[in-house]
Design a protein around this ligand. Structure first.
Ligand SMILES: [Zn+2]
Length: 1014
């Protein structure tokens, strides 16, 4: 027979788009609208409803960027609509092609209770399923004029990203504010046609596809385009058989979970996220109330806390839906944080603060970690996830890799310590699924574990203010539950998916080490002040906890000290919020980073206040200088976590300083450093071995400037070609040398380049093997990348870069595409290049990115291998913040000459936890002392349950088995091992010898000990 597939598909597509969808609302009646425009910050809903309203005409422009407009809608349901299903249709001027990222509205009843949101693809407010006619309707809409930042031509610099620079121009025009009759049968027909049309497009030529095409033709033949509501049922009858044909027994199974990935700040400020979450959760509560099997999952305790505080009526509906098992708290973290940069203690708090919130509010714990977005995953995570009591991990982002396709979708992920966590990546490659035919087919086609496993997860819904899951998505899921030719779709909790997958995959594939994202590599550097604020805040809070716990344990009637639980919780929660995966990575608008700087200043003063009070209680009142050491190694005679009166300490030697014809020599009893007249390090000799850390004929500490204009995602990406052009900054404005008061010798060098200038104080303290660089840059560059290079005379096979509770090794070569793709990688406080017998490390106070290159010189004799480590200091992208990193910036970093992992770890900690001098009467002994090679104390605090128990966290930092002990200098009645979130474990008893607990740790093991003080 004659056949033409495209004739049917084009017919169905046109009728569906131009006739059937528009016919879902037949009759309509305009609402009487009045409005009140508010510039600036939002107000509480009760105040919004009480505003003066003036008449408004539909089509009038509204909303300057970031302003709020309140609309009041009043009307009467026409008498002739009795018995009909009626809803309000509210189109604020939406661009349907861009769900999220634009204007949004939250709809309230006249009594101020929120109903649901209106969004580009969800513009209706259901009012009644069967009208009486004559009902008086009063609704209010809180319209948020969020500007489009990521426009059709993306990544152009824009001033709209901060309310201080955004335009006053009205951005939106309303199109429709009506009451309308919903034609339920037409809506169902639209979904029937859409599902079948999309399904057939994914099918091979064959009987199933042909029968669907014929059924579509038959349905369209009986649909009278002038009487669509009247003939929709007949058209649906023609589709009933093909829709009733069940799925093949081996069809892929999709575990759908309603979702809205709401970035806690990004192209909007934190205050707008509070409203985005309230809008989306109101809509999701409404959708849950109107459906039977739909479930919605939301992560991030912080987002629940916002709804609780700001929209308590919505929160009450969430709580009810959580209790009914329909609204699923996921992930157990405070926010969906970056996982590459936060310190180990901070990641632990993401889990402990998140799980404590879910337990307190809902009486539940999450069983898995939910992180669909976020830019790469640290190899410490498997241990932290498992030791926080979770048993699964979910992400999606690695499908964004530029080069290599990740080989698994359901697998075991193994971390640096050998811990494994059962992990799933949805093969649909999205966390904003609409359950389109294409997405559903993609999941089935791409799923890598199909030989043994049956299914995958699909997070379904529009994120970022798109409003979450729609009733159309729920309608599609219903049709796809058991349909021939399609994967089967069912709503279910991810826990159920993981339980089934675990049963099916007896021997899952294993991936060892970091989940490196081959994209967004510049997120390790962009927005330096945010990164510095994070690093400083983490260390100040770790320090505040140590001194507060010490003071609390030593509290007496004379000098009482109460552990400041609430203050520390609040400070940690602010740090955790700013670790969100678009704040710490530096990819938000200017507004967010401006506020982050202010937040970090408040965190600093809050933490310093705790430290002051605690140390005041510990050192007494007096006028002596007391030196306090928060680091994990003794310093100038002061024990770790203890303090001593300065006068009692041995006087330090002084570092030697000599000026020569060619430059300067700095020398102490460990190292000799020579600097050129250009302020570059020409040699750095470890006296014990005689080895020079600097490669022969090379210079270290050279600042290098690259052009850096990626193909897209400016703040996120640095593309490989940035390496092709480089300028060494050699011009010197001034150079001078001086001895410092603390006995260090220092050379100060100043340079100018482009529109910028830089000042480096390069110093060597007595007794230290770290050559320290304190750098201040007045940065006024555009689309540039500033690095500092250290070519090392070290034949390193690997670099060892610190991550949470340990380090990861990365090879220095680029043999495969996987290694070549890692041209910019992450570190915490140190990166080490080492060969047997000798190594050198770079340590820093606020850097997270580095690169390594391996070069070989061959003069005919032995090959000369040079390992060049470079720290990533500053960038200057112009999107989304056109002024990224402009102005004064500071960095401290250092070259540790003759370092191994232990020295590098110690030097990194020392740089980030500097000693402090306070006025007092006496020093004090450490409350906690650890012994054993490789045993590092990461946290000392009182228990979260406020029992007064002391919690001490240690880890093995060298990557080998360790034996040692932890001693508490206070009366202890009991000790036990707990998990990271301080739950008791099954085998938890720890034997005590006085205050000492013996330890045996496996490589990179993190151990949390809980001591009950007598
Ligand atoms: Zn995100």
């Amino acid at each position: 027979m004659h056949d033409d597939v495209s004739l049917t598909t084009e017919r169905a597509r046109r009728v569906l788009t131009e006739r059937v969808w528009p016919a879902i609302h037949s009759e309509s009646a305009p609402l009487e609208v009045s409005w009140h425009e508010l510039p600036g910050e939002p107000i509480a809903p009760s105040e919004g409803l009480a505003l003066d309203y003036t008449p408004y005409e539909v089509g009038t422009p509204w909303g300057a960027a970031w302003a709020t407009t309140w609309f009041r809608l009043r009307g009467t349901v026409p008498a002739q609509w009795a018995g009909r299903e009626v809803e309000a249709v509210i189109d604020l001027g939406f661009d349907k092609d861009r769900p999220g990222f634009q204007c949004e509205g939250l709809v309230y009843r006249g009594d101020g209770s929120p109903v649901k949101s209106v969004n580009p693809r969800n513009q209706v407010v259901p009012l009644t399923q069967s009208a009486s006619g004559g009902e008086e309707i009063e609704l209010y809409v809180e319209g948020a004029a969020n500007p489009v930042i990521l426009d059709a031509h993306p990544f152009l610099p824009t001033e709209q990203g901060d309310i201080q620079t955004s335009s006053a121009r009205k951005l939106y025009e309303t199109r429709r504010l009506d009451l309308a009759v919903l034609e339920r049968e037409v809506h169902d027909l639209a979904l029937d046609v859409q599902v079948l049309l999309e399904l057939q497009a994914e099918l091979p030529a064959g009987p199933r596809r042909m029968r669907i095409l014929q059924a579509l033709d038959d349905a369209l033949d009986v649909l009278d385009l002038q009487r669509i509501p009247e003939t929709a049922a007949d058209a649906r009858a023609q589709l009933a058989d093909v829709l009733a044909s069940p799925a093949e027994p081996s069809a892929h199974v999709i575990s759908a979970v309603g979702h809205a990935h709401i970035d806690s700040a990004w192209l909007w400020p934190l205050r707008e996220t509070i409203r985005k979450v309230a809008r989306t959760t109101a809509s999701m509560a409404e959708l849950i109330e109107g459906t039977e099997d739909f479930v919605y999952g939301m992560s991030s305790a912080q987002q629940y806390a916002w709804v609780k505080e700001h929209r308590p009526e919505v929160y009450a509906r969430i709580k009810e839906a959580v209790a009914a098992g329909r609204f699923l708290p996921l992930g157990g973290m405070w926010v969906e944080s970056d996982t590459v940069m936060p310190a180990g203690e901070a990641l632990v708090r993401q889990f402990s603060q998140g799980q404590r919130f879910f337990e307190r509010e809902f009486g539940i714990r999450s069983h898995g970690v939910w992180l669909p977005d976020s830019f790469g995953y640290s190899p410490s995570l498997p241990q932290l996830i498992r030791r926080s009591g979770f048993d699964w991990f979910f992400t999606q982002k690695i499908s964004w890799n530029q080069v290599n396709v990740f080989p698994h979708h359901t697998f075991e992920w193994e971390g640096i310590d050998g811990s494994r966590v059962f992990t799933h990546f949805p093969p649909m490659d999205t966390y904003n699924s609409e359950l389109s035919g294409e997405e559903v087919a993609l999941a089935s086609r791409q799923f890598r574990e199909s030989r043994h496993a049956t299914g995958s997860i699909a997070p379904v819904g529009h994120g970022d203010g798109g409003g979450g899951t729609t009733r159309e998505m729920v309608g599609r899921a219903k049709r796809l539950a058991d349909l021939e030719g399609s994967a089967q779709v069912r709503w279910e909790h991810p826990d159920e998916f993981f339980a089934r997958a675990r049963r099916e995959l007896e021997t899952p594939p294993v991936w060892v080490g970091e989940l490196y994202l081959e994209l967004h590599r510049a997120t390790l550097t962009s927005q330096h002040k945010t990164k510095q604020g994070n690093r400083r805040s983490e260390h100040l809070l770790i320090e505040a906890e140590v001194w507060a716990a010490t003071a609390a344990a030593r509290s007496t009637a004379d000098r009482p000290f109460a552990y400041p639980y609430d203050e520390l919780d609040e400070l940690w929660q602010r740090v955790l919020l700013h670790q969100f995966h678009d704040i710490l990575p530096g990819t938000s608008i200017a507004w967010v980073h401006r506020e982050a700087a202010a937040a970090y200043e408040e965190i600093r003063s809050g933490a310093e206040a705790v430290i002051d009070r605690a140390l005041g209680a510990l050192v007494g009142t007096g006028d002596s200088s007391v030196v306090v050491n928060p680091a994990t190694a003794a310093r100038a005679g002061v024990p770790p976590l203890g303090a001593a009166v300065a006068g009692d300490l041995p006087t330090a030697e002084r570092t030697g300083l000599h000026e020569t014809d060619t430059g300067y020599v700095l020398e102490n009893d460990l190292v000799t450093v020579t600097l050129s007249r250009e302020g570059h390090v020409t040699s750095a000799v470890d006296k014990a071995s005689g080895r020079d850390a600097v490669a022969p004929g090379r210079e270290a500490g050279v600042l290098q400037l690259h052009q850096d204009f990626p193909n897209k995602w400016d703040a996120w990406d640095v593309d490989r070609f940035y390496q092709n052009s480089v300028t060494d900054l050699r011009d010197v404005t001034s150079i001078s040398a001086a001895e410092q008061d603390d006995g260090a010798a220092a050379v100060t060098v100043e340079r100018t380049f482009g529109g910028s200038s830089v000042r480096q104080v390069i110093s060597l303290e007595p007794g230290s093997r770290t050559l320290r660089f304190a750098q201040t840059t007045d940065w006024h560059e555009t689309e540039k990348f500033l690095k500092v290079a250290f070519p090392l005379d070290v034949r390193a096979e690997h670099t060892a870069a610190e991550t949470q509770f340990g380090y990861h090794k990365r090879v220095t070569h680029t043999n495969t595409s996987w290694e070549a793709a890692k041209f910019e990688t992450s570190m915490h406080r140190f990166v080490l290049a080492e060969e047997p017998g000798f190594g050198a490390a770079l340590v820093n106070d606020s850097v997270y990115g580095y690169d390594v290159t391996r070069t070989v010189g061959d003069d005919g004799a032995a090959p000369q291998v040079t390992t060049t480590l470079r720290l990533s200091l500053l960038r200057a992208p112009r999107f989304p913040d056109p002024e990224t990193d402009q102005g004064a910036q500071t960095h401290v970093y250092g070259l540790v000459v003759g370092a191994d992992v232990a020295e590098a770890t110690e030097a990194g900690i020392a740089m980030n936890l500097p000693e402090r001098t306070v006025r007092g009467d006496h020093g004090f002994d450490p409350l906690v002392t650890a012994s054993g090679e490789g045993v590092v104390v990461s946290g000392v605090k009182l228990a979260d349950d406020r029992s007064g128990d002391l919690v001490v966290r240690v880890y093995e930092g060298l990557g080998r088995r360790a034996k040692g002990s932890v001693t508490v200098d206070a009366p202890v009645s009991r000790a036990r091992t707990v998990n990271l979130i301080e739950d008791d474990l099954q085998q938890d008893a720890v034997e005590l010898d006085g205050g000492t607990a013996a330890l045996a740790l496996s490589p990179f093991e993190v151990r949390t000990l809980r001591f009950t003080l007598a």
